[in-house]
Design a protein around this ligand. Structure first.
Ligand code: SF4
Length: 291
């Protein structure tokens, strides 16, 4: 197998083997009720259908030394399986996380999930409801609903993460106030990522230069979250090949490789992981932290 590890020097590869991949993102559904222009998964297809598949996936993740699973989509709450998935993952001893646009999340859903869910990530790209609507992120109440949810999530004892994608529409924004209001445990800021075949139409109007992303970082690097943590910034380059991603089938895939063949999870051994994703980037982007 031609791997990203090939071509790197010995100390680099030794370093890779000393760093363990501890987390995986499972894109278990491709359904979404939003139409974010910059979305990197909008052309994905397929949905997890059977919980038994999930039991097998969790078993293999534990065998590979993975300790945290992040349920992503699409929009996870478009699938009726999300509640059972989180519970089952917790029963397998995994730290559990959902990344959601929040629009379908209710107080009842948070109550139901709270015994099993460790982290909830809400996507908030702007302080302005109008800007979010213009980005296709919801229908005009996205930010105000996220502020409402942030209180419910924290009160339920679930740790809160905010995910922000920086585009041409938001690169000059100041998000200090909205982040202070949301009061997350973790804030991740992503540079717009062009994934071929997914968001080609948005490159001209939304992609930003490395310099523009750096200016956004400089403007917000003084932010301290309520636990004293600093925000984490991920450039487009840092994101490429630095995530362990699972398709709805539970197989491993990389959406930055075209075409993207799936690798059966059961065929992977722990020592194979550094050849599947770039461990140095995984570590550099803060993939390893106290869950
Ligand atoms: S909410 Fe997420 S999955 Fe849905 S369109 Fe927006 S970025 Fe894509």
């Amino acid at each position: 197998m031609d791997t990203p590890a090939q071509g790197r020097n010995r100390s680099s590869i030794d370093n890779e083997h000393s760093i363990r991949v501890r987390s995986a993102n499972w894109h278990f559904t491709s359904k979404c009720n939003y139409h974010c222009t910059f979305c990197c998964t909008q052309k994905n297809e397929g949905d997890l259908e059977l919980l038994q598949t999930a039991a097998d996936v969790f078993h293999h993740l534990r065998r590979l030394g993975i300790s945290k699973i992040n349920f992503v989509g699409g929009e996870p709450f478009c699938s009726p399986l999300i509640f059972d998935l989180v519970k089952l993952a917790k029963e397998h001893g995994l730290t559990t996380s959902i990344t959601t646009n929040g629009s379908l999340v209710t107080a009842e859903a948070i109550d139901r999930l709270s015994p099993y869910l460790d982290w909830m990530g809400l996507s908030v790209d702007s302080a302005s409801d109008d800007t979010e609507k213009a980005l296709g992120r919801g229908y005009g109440r996205h930010v105000s609903h996220a502020v409402h949810l942030s209180r419910l999530i924290r009160n339920a004892g679930i740790r809160l993460k905010i995910n922000t994608t920086v585009t041409q529409m938001t690169a000059s924004e100041d998000m200090h106030q909205v982040i202070a209001t949301l009061s997350p445990d973790r804030w991740k800021i992503f540079q717009f990522l062009h994934v071929k075949g997914q968001n080609d139409h948005a490159v001209e109007s939304l992609s930003i230069s490395d310099r523009a992303f750096e200016l956004f970082r400089e403007r917000h690097m003084d932010v301290r979250l309520h636990n004293g943590f600093a925000p984490v910034f991920e450039s487009a380059d840092t994101m490429i090949d630095s995530y362990l991603m699972l398709a709805p089938s539970g197989n491993i895939y990389q959406n930055t490789h075209a075409p993207a063949p799936e690798i059966p999870l059961e065929s992977i051994q722990p020592q194979d992981l550094p050849g599947i994703l770039n461990i140095e980037k995984y570590s550099a982007r803060g993939g390893i932290y106290d869950y």
